[in-house]
Each structure stands twice: as structure tokens, then as C-alpha cells.
Design a protein around this ligand. Structure first.
Ligand code: PLP
Length: 479
């Protein structure tokens, strides 16, 4: 393919995406295909001869699109949002066009420095304490990880390395392996699956502590767990606090957890994967009160901030902790030594290679501006409140807990079976998509405002579909 063909192929792909988004409401959210639909019709081997790009576009329309779940449909209300915007797509195209790998400053100075700049911008927009920012006098800084899962695991590995180093320094006769066996991580029973997985991958026991009736991990519970473990000869090492749990979007009180972690010298990581974007709006910052006591903080612009996957923004108070844990030298990685605070990002992450992710963050921050992002968040929250009001007009339903951010959980008062049947039947019909959760032991349906395209009419469309199905179920008297 030469550059002329690339222009044509690229323009055709851009037109296709723009048409797809413009017409997305005409499609059901969920595809009508059976498992194996694509595997059965695709050729068994890669083509021997070069093919025409026009055939690829045709196959994309005929074979790929029918098997797609439309995450950006305004009637997609499952999980949490995944970001997408024209600004971000263009940022990704530019990054792919350059195709650089920025593991050190010299491997592509702009890749590293734009990440430093955009992470400073973003940290300031969120109102993070300045110790987390590269532009502050200390050793703090931000890095773009691939996912919140990776950020949680990076935090765990660094916390582990830090405590092992300290104990070996204080007690040189101790054995590194013996210390590692005794380390314990803590989070709440409401944590995302990725948090529990970080314990598996990082080979550290992870205790899922009981949350309170509102789904929050409280200080008292954490302190009790630390004391129990210390009495058994174990060593508390790492705590993951959740700001915006996946189930009900509950917020752990950092102002309770932080002082305890600091007192016991335990690394505190904050997982604000979804809800972190809301801190761009000052009226939600009270939900991160105590964040200055954390060691690391992570949220996903690739969730609610209109940045395409993958872009997880992580800040740490002390970048040297990461470098000590992850620095492996090779002669071919020798780089220019500077006195500046510009990081060699390969020491801040798990892989060696890294893409130019800061470009899409930069294009989104510039095209929307802080104002545009704030109004996106406020709009989603007010649409969620509108949905909750609609549900409350129907006395067969209960909204609980109180809606949080763009999430509304609701259920039939009649019982879990009916609620479950409602969700199953709606999913089969494919025109709205939600998933289940649980609150105080009850089965609830989670309704999330996800797409940046969603408006009031879409919310009413989804509610009417839910009501129609509820009417059918009520007439069947399912218990
Ligand atoms: N943490 C929370 C609270 C989440 O809701 C999610 C995903 O929804 C994650 C972590 C995992 O995010 P990622 O897919 O970026 O690893």
C-alpha cells in the first residue's frame, strides 16, 4: 500500500466511523449473532496475495459490524462507560502515524515530555495535591498506564519492594523470601475484580474486608485487620481504597483510611477508575477528602473522560520508589543523563515498550477544554438523576442505594426473581443493555449513563423499554 492508497483507505475509514456514529441509534445495542458466527465464515488462513482495501471495508461492514456490541450507543447502560470521541480518535491516529516507542527520553523526547505536561494539566484539573505532580518541587509525578488493573498491580509491586528493602536494611539477617510470604494487602469486598487479581499476580495475600451498609471500607475495619495480622506475625503492606466502586459507585473515606495507613507505614493506593473524572468538577472533590495521605492515585480517562482505551492516569508521590523497584539496566538502554525531573518512563511501568498515549489525552484536553469536560460530566449525572426520577414514578420499583454519579441501581419491590427476569428479557430483546449488581444482599439492575451521545430522549427510550417489559412481567405474575 502506498501513501496515495493510504489516503483513500484512511478517508474511507473516517467516513465509515462518522456515519456509524451518526446512525448508531438505528442499531440494537446488542448484536444478533451466535457464538462462532465469524470463526465459521472467515478463511482458515491469512491471504497469500495482497488484497484491495475496498474489499476490507466491505467485509468490515458485512462481517464485523453485525458482531459488534455498540458501546457508544446511547442505550448502552452496562458496566461503566468506555471513552470515545473524535478528538481522541484523531490523537490515536497521530500516535499510530508516528509509531514511536517512548521508553526513555531519547527514544522520543516528545512522547515523554507531552506525557509529563498532560499529566500535570490533568492532575491540576482534578485538584490533586501538588506532591503528586511532576511540576512540584518533590519527587512526585504522573504516568499513563494501560489500565487501572495495571496501576493497581504496579502499586502493589512497588509497595512490596519498598517494604522488603526497608526491613532488610533495618534487619540484615532477615530473609527476603520469608518477608515476602508475610506481606498482606487489604481492600473492601466491593473492590473491582482487577484489584483481587493484582493480589494473585503479585503473589500477595489480599484480604477483602467487609464494607459498611453503604459499601464503604471504614477505618475501624482496616485498623482491626492490621492489628489481627500483626499479632499473627504478618506484615501489612498495601491498601487499595475505592473511590467509586464498580457495584454501586460507593466512596471509601480516604480521611479515615489514610491516617491509619500512614501510622502503620502501609502504601495507600486509590482506585478511582470510573469516578475520578468527576473530580474535574469542584463540587465532587469532597469525595476524595484525605487524598493527600495516599501514596498513589489512579483513574481512567478511558472510562468517563472521552479518551479511547487505553489511558489510565496514575500519579505517585515518590517516583524514586518506582525506579528502585523496576530499574533494570542494559547497555543498549543507556540514555542521556540530565539533572531535570524528566522521567525515563520504562521504570514507571511493567512493559519496556510504550505507545504515545499522551497524544490522545492532549487532543481531548484541548478540543473539549476543562469547561467541555465538566459539562459532559454534569450532563451525565443529571441524566442519571432524570432516569432515577422516572423509575420513582412507578411504584413497582425501588431505587437503591441513592444514585451515585452516572449510576442508578433499581429493582422490583416484589423480589429478586422478578428483577432478574426483567433483566434477562431486556437483554434478549437487545435494544437496551444493562448488567446486574447487588446491594445489601438484594439483586439490583445497574443503569449507567455511558455514551457521550446520550440525551434525555434516549433516557426516556430506555425507560419506556424497561416499563414495557415490566408490564408484561406484571401481567404474568412472576414471583
Ligand atoms: N476499578 C474499578 C472501580 C472499575 O470499575 C474498573 C472497571 O470497570 C477497574 C478498576 C478496571 O479498569 P481497567 O479495565 O482499566 O483495568
Amino acid at each position: 500500500m502506498d501513501s496515495e492508497q493510504f489516503r483513500e483507505f484512511g478517508k474511507a475509514a473516517i467516513d465509515l466511523i462518522a456515519d456509524y456514529i451518526d446512525n448508531i441509534r438505528k442499531r440494537d445495542v446488542l448484536p444478533s449473532v451466535e457464538p462462532g458466527y465469524l470463526v465459521d465464515v472467515m478463511p482458515e488462513n491469512a491471504p497469500e496475495k495482497p488484497e484491495d482495501w475496498k474489499d476490507i471495508i466491505q467485509d468490515f461492514n458485512q462481517m464485523i459490524l453485525p458482531g459488534v456490541t455498540h458501546w457508544h450507543s446511547p442505550r448502552f447502560h452496562a458496566f461503566y462507560p468506555t471513552g470515545s470521541s473524535y478528538a481522541s480518535i484523531v490523537g490515536n491516529i497521530l500516535a499510530d502515524g508516528l509509531g514511536v516507542i517512548g521508553f526513555s527520553w531519547m527514544s522520543s523526547p516528545a512522547c515523554t515530555e507531552l506525557e509529563v505536561v498532560t499529566m500535570n494539566w490533568l492532575g491540576k484539573l482534578l485538584g490533586l495535591p501538588e506532591e503528586f505532580l511532576n511540576c512540584s518541587p518533590g519527587r512526585g509525578g504522573g504516568v499513563i498506564q494501560g489500565s487501572a488493573s495495571e496501576a493497581t498491580l504496579v502499586g502493589l509491586l512497588v509497595a512490596k519492594d519498598k517494604i522488603v528493602r526497608k526491613l532488610l536494611q533495618d534487619h540484615p539477617s532477615l530473609d527476603d523470601g520469608d518477608i515476602k510470604k508475610k506481606l498482606v494487602a487489604y481492600t473492601s469486598d466491593q473492590c473491582n475484580s482487577s484489584v483481587e487479581k493484582a493480589g494473585l499476580l503479585g503473589a500477595m495475600k489480599m484480604r477483602l474486608l467487609k464494607s459498611d451498609s453503604e459499601g464503604r471500607l471504614r477505618g475501624e475495619m482496616l485498623k482491626k485487620a492490621f492489628d489481627e495480622d500483626i499479632a499473627m506475625g504478618l506484615i501489612p503492606c498495601y491498601v487499595i481504597a475505592n473511590l467509586g466502586t464498580t457495584g454501586t459507585c460507593a466512596f471509601d473515606p480516604l480521611y479515615e483510611l489514610g491516617p491509619i495507613c500512614n501510622e502503620y507505614d502501609v502504601w495507600l493506593h486509590v482506585d478511582a477508575a470510573y469516578a475520578g473524572t468527576a473530580f474535574i468538577c469542584p463540587e465532587y472533590r469532597h469525595l476524595m477528602k484525605g487524598v493527600e495521605l495516599a501514596d498513589s492515585f489512579d483513574f481512567n480517562p478511558h472510562k468517563w473522560m472521552n479518551v479511547n482505551f487505553d489511558c489510565s492516569a496514575m500519579w505517585v508521590k515518590d517516583g524514586h520508589d518506582l525506579i528502585k523497584a523496576f530499574d533494570v539496566q542494559r547497555i543498549y538502554l543507556d540514555d542521556i543523563k540530565t539533572e531535570t525531573k524528566i522521567p525515563d518512563y520504562r521504570h514507571w511501568q511493567m512493559p519496556l515498550g510504550r505507545r504515545f498515549r499522551a497524544l490522545k489525552l492532549w487532543t481531548v484536553l484541548r478540543i473539549y477544554g476543562a469547561e467541555g469536560l465538566r459539562s459532559h460530566i454534569r450532563n451525565h449525572i443529571s441524566l442519571a438523576q432524570h432516569f432515577a426520577r422516572l423509575v420513582r414514578t412507578d411504584d413497582r420499583f425501588l431505587v437503591e442505594p441513592e444514585p451515585s454519579m452516572g449510576l442508578v441501581c433499581f429493582r422490583f419491590k416484589q423480589g429478586d426473581n422478578v428483577t432478574k427476569t426483567l433483566l434477562e428479557r431486556l437483554t434478549k430483546k437487545k435494544n437496551v443493555y444493562m448488567v446486574a449488581g447487588s446491594y445489601r444482599g438484594r439483586y439490583v439492575i445497574r443503569f449507567v449513563v455511558c455514551s457521550r451521545l446520550t440525551n434525555k430522549d434516549d433516557i426516556e427510550f430506555s425507560w419506556n423499554k424497561i416499563k414495557e417489559e415490566a408490564n408484561l412481567i406484571s401481567s404474568e405474575e412472576i414471583h
